[in-house]
Write a protein that binds this ligand. Structure first.
Ligand code: C2E
Ligand code: CA
Ligand code: CA
Length: 753
């Protein structure tokens, strides 16, 4: 029986029972239109029968009623299950938004008891920022009757928020009121996943390239930055092996280490060289992470990388700047030190000797001062190239600073002497290649270098080696420059001596420790024609110090300028004194002029001033210039010499024959005398070559109408050879050593007639 039918039946039963009961009451109260006595037994029997039937009917109806009640209870329970315990929250609201009904789920969702919901505004449970959304949807529902569906954040009783999906429809309650029926779903989880996905998506499309591969290295996914960096579009990359990016710059070992780190630590980070689609190799900073969820083995690899090529280039540029000399592009002092350190290691490992050549440009300062720094720089650049071009690829040529260069020769030989010979050969080769003049912006320059060499041995330190090479270099300079010297321990002492001298030299002038010695210059008769003034340093402790111990030192420190003028002044005041006596009146004094002095811009005026203040006859003053001074800057030389010549000063070319003199320039100079260098005189008579050179010099002097003098004449044989060939003036120990003035004057008296 349907519940409806059952309901109708139970109504009918109720009505029948009512009639029956009235009938019975009437009979009992005797108000019936008949009395019992009036009834016939049949009638009674009939009534009883009727009653019995009714009773049975009643009982049946009662049963049915019970059954209906049970069924109603079941329905009620089902309703409770359906409504109250529904998986969604149900609300019924008034049109104004007041809560009329809420199911149990709604109270659970909002963590709020029903009592706190009913008759309260639904709005109270909406997050303030979303109240507008709800308002607009409710408004639209009320005006259009169209169901609304939207998401908003709701607030629980404890103040926490959750995301709700709201479905609301229009309705009317039993009393005809407009109501809103709401279904609320908690969608927080979905929202969170959505948000996480959105974040992940944004993260995936970051500036960094991202590539996801399976466990075998097949590319599954890439982001846009991957495409931007590698040049491979997603569809080109996906399905390929990750090795398409390999540049080949890193060897198998590198990859082996990478995989071993990855498998042991689950992650690898480092710099790697990869290749773009266009073939270009680039540097990336790469992090590879294993995906090994629940420890079930690697399923994927995620590579995250950024292009650091520019950083690398900047790094390289910084490295270049930090380790190379900006002018010549050669390794600088710092890099040299590194290389020397390496070289020492190599030397230990391979039991071989290397060498360090310390090179210094002779008279570089003079070039710089007279020609300007630009020309000086040009020389350094060209020189750097020339040095570089003459060593092996594996050798290091570096600039130590200023005009100092260092060449590092690695692993020359296992034999010390052989290594030394090889280093020496290179040094000689360098001297040879210097013979070709440098073209400095049209200015032809003959560059000479001094070289100090030390051998790289296993027990040396970088400092030692450089110091030793430097000491050897000083030795080379000391011995007259344009040469090469090896370091030996005695040099060390010499250097220390030199260093002390250098500081003591500063006081020598003010302490009046300098003296001029005079070495006679005589004619064939032994008659004194004049003297060469040679400086001596009377050191209070060390005694007399010869000029070759301190002149080059003074040249390096500019002190030569003061010393030079002191020499000139002393020589002139001596000349002045000699002018007073007939015996000495015609004597000349030859004064040595160093390059540094001569190159001073105001050199001529200095000489002029000294001549004037001393009041000497300038023709008695002879300036000795070396060939190298003259050649150094020929136009400046000619200009100055001519001006000095006009003052009346005379000139002699010192050490003649040792330089690169050529007739063409000799003819242009206002020269009075050539001075044949001692080195030629030493070997005559006998050495055919030197004899020939001497003869040529003498002829040349004659041809140019110049005097000629030979220095370093020690033997009669030398003197006779010279005289026989037309040289009639001599200077040397054969006649006298350089003498202090009083002794010189004594010598004069003895040798005059
Ligand atoms: P120099 O101009 O070639 O001087 C000649 C050198 O030869 C002198 O050495 C002299 O003492 C030495 N000498 C002369 N005759 C003989 C000889 O027969 N045998 C030997 N073995 N030597 C002889 P000193 O005085 O030691 O001077 C060395 C150098 O120092 C000079 O070479 C010159 O270049 C430089 N010097 C000397 N005095 C001065 C000076 O006042 N100013 C400058 N700028 N340089 C100077
Ligand atoms: Ca001289
Ligand atoms: Ca000389």
């Amino acid at each position: 029986m349907s519940s409806k039918k059952r309901l109708i039946n139970s109504k009918k039963a109720k009505i029948d029972a009512k009639i029956l009961r009235e009938k019975a009451e009437r009979i009992a109260s005797g108000t019936t239109f008949f009395s019992v006595e009036d009834l016939s037994p049949d009638k009674i029997q009939e009534l009883l029968q009727e009653l019995h039937v009714h009773q049975i009917e009643l009982e049946m109806q009662n049963d049915e009623l019970h059954q209906s009640k049970d069924e109603l209870n079941t329905v009620k329970e089902r309703y409770f299950d359906l409504y109250e315990l529904a998986p969604v929250g149900y609300f019924t609201l008034t049109a104004e938004g007041k809560i009329l009904q809420a199911n149990l789920t709604a109270t659970i969702l909002l963590s709020t008891p029903k009592s706190a919901l009913i008759n309260h505004l639904f709005n109270n449970f909406i997050a303030p920022e979303d109240q507008d959304i709800a308002y607009l949807h409710f408004k639209s529902l009320l005006s259009t009757y169209a169901s609304q569906s939207f998401e908003l954040q709701m607030i629980k009783g404890d103040g926490s928020k959750f995301w709700a999906q709201v479905d609301v429809s229009h309705s009317q309650n039993s009393i005809g009121q407009r109501t809103l029926r709401l279904i609320i779903n908690d969608i927080s989880e979905r929202k969170n996943t959505q948000r996480d996905l959105a974040i992940a998506a944004i993260a995936f499309e970051s500036q960094n390239g991202i590539v996801i591969t399976n466990a075998k290295g097949t590319i599954l996914r890439v982001n846009q930055a991957f495409t931007r960096i590698t040049g491979y579009a997603a569809k080109e990359a996906i399905g390929q092996y990750i090795s398409i990016l390999k540049s080949g710059r890193q060897g198998e070992q590198f990859y082996a280490r990478l995989w071993s780190t990855l498998s042991t630590q689950g992650r690898w980070q480092g710099e790697i060289w990869n290749r773009r689609k266009n073939g270009e190799v680039y540097a990336e900073l790469l992090t590879i992470t294993e995906v090994n969820k629940d420890g079930l083995g690697v399923t994927h690899y995620v590579g995250n990388f950024s292009d650091i090529t520019e950083d690398k280039e900047a790094e390289a540029a910084i490295h270049r700047l930090a380790y190379h000399d900006s002018l010549t592009g050669l390794p600088n002092r710092r890099l040299l030190q590194d290389r020397i350190t390496q070289s020492i290691y190599t030397s230990v490992r391979s039991l071989s000797y290397g060498a360090i050549l310390f090179i210094d440009v002779d008279y570089f300062k003079t070039l710089n001062d007279t020609r300007g720094h630009n020309i000086g720089d040009l020389l350094l650049v060209d020189l750097a190239q020339r040095l570089r071009a003459n060593v092996r690829q594996s050798d290091t040529v570096g600039r130590q600073g200023g005009d100092e260069f260092v060449i590092l020769l690695d692993e020359l030989s296992h034999e010390m002497s052989e290594a030394a010979t090889m280093a020496q050969q290179l040094g000689e080769k360098l001297h040879e290649v210097m013979k070709k003049p440098f073209d400095l912006n049209g200015f032809e320059y003959h560059c000479k270098i001094s070289i100090g060499i030390s051998l790289v041995t296993k027990d040396a330190t970088v400092e030692d080696l450089l110091k030793h090479a430097d000491i050897a270099l000083y030795k080379a300079k000391d011995e007259g420059r344009n040469r090469l010297r090896f370091f030996d321990p005695t040099m060390q002492e010499a250097l220390e001596y030199r260093n002390t001298l250098e500081s003591e030299l500063n006081y020598a002038l003010s302490q009046k420790q300098f003296y001029l010695y005079y070495q006679p210059q005589v004619d064939t008769q032994g008659q004194v024609q004049g003297a060469e003034a040679l400086i001596r340093w009377h050191h209070p402790i060390r005694g007399v110090i010869p000029p070759h111990h301190f002149i080059s030192l003074a040249e390096d420190t500019e002190l030569i300028l003061f010393i030079g003028s002191w020499v000139m002044e002393s020589a002139c005041s001596q000349l002045k004194k000699w002018e007073e006596s007939p015996l000495t009146k015609t004597l000349q004094i030859a004064v040595n002029v160093s390059a540094r002095e001569f190159r001073q811009i105001n050199y001529v005026s200095q000489v002029k001033r000294i001549i004037q203040t001393s009041g000497i006859n300038p023709s008695r003053l002879k300036l000795e210039l070396t060939e190298s001074i003259v050649l150094d800057n020929i136009s400046d030389t000619i200009e100055k010499m001519n001006m000095l010549k006009q003052l009346g000063v005379t000139f002699s070319i010192d050490d003649f024959g040792t330089g690169f003199s050529s007739l063409s320039y000799l003819a242009k100079l206002p020269l009075d005398q050539l001075k044949i260098d001692k080195s030629f005189v030493d070997n005559i008579p006998g050495a055919k070559n030197d004899e020939l050179i001497i003869k040529i010099i003498i002829n040349m002097a004659n041809g140019l109408e110049m005097d000629v003098i030979a220095e370093g004449v020690e033997t009669q044989a030398q003197r006779d050879f010279l005289e026989a060939n037309g040289c009639i003036t001599y200077q040397g120990y054969l006649f006298s050593k350089p003498l202090p003035i009083t002794e010189f004057e004594h010598y004069l008296k003895l040798n005059s007639n």
